[in-house]
Write a protein that binds this ligand. Structure first.
Ligand SMILES: [Zn+2]
Ligand SMILES: [Zn+2]
Length: 342
């Protein structure tokens, strides 16, 4: 839980504090101090994703206010009492603190944990100069990977889990609806897993251009999938109204993975499409436990992050991003947390 209680003389820092739906501001708050096995990380970069936008706009399920958002980040370790070798190193980290004792944790499905804490949601996140993270959650940023690129390791964990949830993709045709960051990462992971072909669909030309730069097939119109359905389809749009079309765009006997988050939006669809085509429809939630595989995919070049990165903005510009319509926005908004912020 986020709190501003601290000794009046304690050092402070700038953080984005969200106190309720559409109530948010950069404020001076106490600088966190690591306790127990925590490390203190100075944030170098943080990205704002669609889930953060929902948190700020008040359309996220079970939002914990007040909070400091920021779960896609990279930084430099300033203190790590239990892992002093990390001090001064550039790191990324995963944000999950599963309880470790519920039935879901016991079966290794920590993403479904009954009392999962998550940095950037129930715990203070990286839209701040610094944050505390369990030292065991940290991983070194691979050589040659920038801080902004490092922010994409978190959505890459989501993508790795989504491809796992699809079952076998090797030798199968794959379609990805929505060429946002998660969609483009899913597409790259699927290709790295041996998919026969990988095509993304997105009406936004700049996103298709990124897909093309990554060597992926790119189409503007979902009707191309409906005319020749891929065997495995990922819906990475987060737009509820597109879900029925994701089903009709999946080949008979194929698998449709829902990885986009559409809040509490509802949409009518024909269940018999699932029955008549004998589709397998699966959901995919977050990427708990995937960070080692994600870092490895980046380090060995199977997944390229640089084409997904845009110039980092000062933290003070966050409002301009919150107010930008999705179709005009870059794939992700990246913010640099630097001396100017401090
Ligand atoms: Zn995110
Ligand atoms: Zn648990």
């Amino acid at each position: 839980m986020y709190t501003e209680q601290a000794h009046p003389d304690a050092p402070d820092m700038v953080a984005l504090v969200v106190t309720g739906p559409r109530e948010h501001a950069l404020r001076r708050v106490p600088r966190p101090e690591p306790v127990g096995d925590q490390a203190l990380v100075d944030v170098s970069h943080v990205a704002l994703c669609g889930t953060d936008l929902r948190l700020l706009r008040g359309t996220l399920h079970d939002a914990d206010y007040p909070t400091v958002p920021g779960h896609e980040w990279a930084g430099v370790v300033r203190a790590a009492p239990t892992r002093p070798e990390l001090v001064g190193r550039a790191v990324v980290g995963h944000n999950f603190l599963p309880c470790g004792s519920c039935a879901w944790c016991a079966r290794g499905a920590e993403n479904l944990c009954e009392s999962l804490d998550e940095i950037g949601f129930s715990l203070p996140g990286a839209f701040a100069e610094a944050l505390c993270v369990p030292a065991e959650n940290l991983r070194l940023l691979p050589d040659g990977v920038s801080g902004a690129e490092g922010c994409l390791v978190e959505p890459l964990c989501v993508a790795v889990h989504a491809v796992d949830r699809a079952g076998e993709v090797t030798g199968r045709s794959v379609g990805v609806i929505g060429a946002g960051a998660v969609g483009l990462l899913v597409a790259q992971v699927a290709r790295g897993s041996g998919a026969k072909s990988v095509t993304v669909v997105d009406p936004v030309a700049s996103r298709r251009a990124v897909a093309a730069e990554l060597g992926l097939g790119a189409e503007a119109d979902l009707s191309r999938f409906e005319a020749d359905p891929p065997e495995v389809v990922f819906d990475a749009t987060g737009v509820a109204a597109l879900f029925p079309r994701a089903l009709t765009a999946t080949r008979q006997g194929g698998t449709c993975v829902l990885v986009g988050y559409s809040g509490s939006e509802a949409t009518p669809f024909e269940p018999s499409v699932v029955m008549l085509r004998e589709l397998t429809v699966v959901g995919s939630l977050s990427g708990v436990g995937m960070i080692d595989r994600a870092v490895e995919l980046v380090a060995n070049g199977v997944v390229r992050l640089s084409p997904l990165v845009s110039p980092a903005l000062p933290l003070a510009h966050y409002r301009s991003v919150v107010d930008t319509p999705a179709t005009e926005a870059p794939l992700r908004a990246f913010f640099a947390v630097d001396e100017e912020t401090r």
